[in-house]
Design a protein around this ligand. Structure first.
Ligand code: HEC
Length: 103
């Protein structure tokens, strides 16, 4: 009898876990969340703030590949994010920044 209860409760645990969202930390980094945390200071939520001489991202012509380099290495007063963000996070935030640019 007790064996049956144990296997039933194990079964319940397996079912409960199977229904959960995929592990947050295993998922791809959230570019929007990173932008809101690290970039809005100078660029603003919509990319147009232009603080500290930062460029208006809504009209930027810079490609995604160039953004990755610039976010990693910085430029003039823009902070280099190498060491602050992982390469995957930089890629995600560069991709997100592209969505702020009007096509
Ligand atoms: C300390 C202020 C500051 C922060 C924080 C900052 N930037 Fe910048 N950003 C700048 C400045 C200043 C420039 C213009 C650099 C130049 O060309 O002289 C710039 C330029 C850019 C450009 C190029 C735009 C263009 O058209 O030339 C991109 C893309 C960009 N930033 C993305 C980001 C992203 C993404 C983040 C967050 C990870 C970020 N920035 C955080 C100040 C900042």
């Amino acid at each position: 009898m007790s064996k049956l209860i144990i296997s039933l409760s194990l079964f319940a645990v397996v079912i409960a876990c199977a229904g959960k969202e995929p592990n947050k930390y295993a998922a791809a980094p959230d570019g929007e969340a990173i932008f809101k945390k690290y970039c809005v200071l100078c660029h603003g939520v919509d990319g147009k703030l232009g603080l500290n001489g930062s460029k208006d991202l809504s009209i930027s012509k810079v490609t995604e590949a160039e953004r990755i380099v610039q976010i990693t290495k910085g430029k003039n007063t823009m902070t280099p994010f190498e060491g602050i963000l992982s390469p995957q996070e930089i890629k995600a935030v560069a991709a997100y920044s592209m969505t702020l640019t009007k096509k």
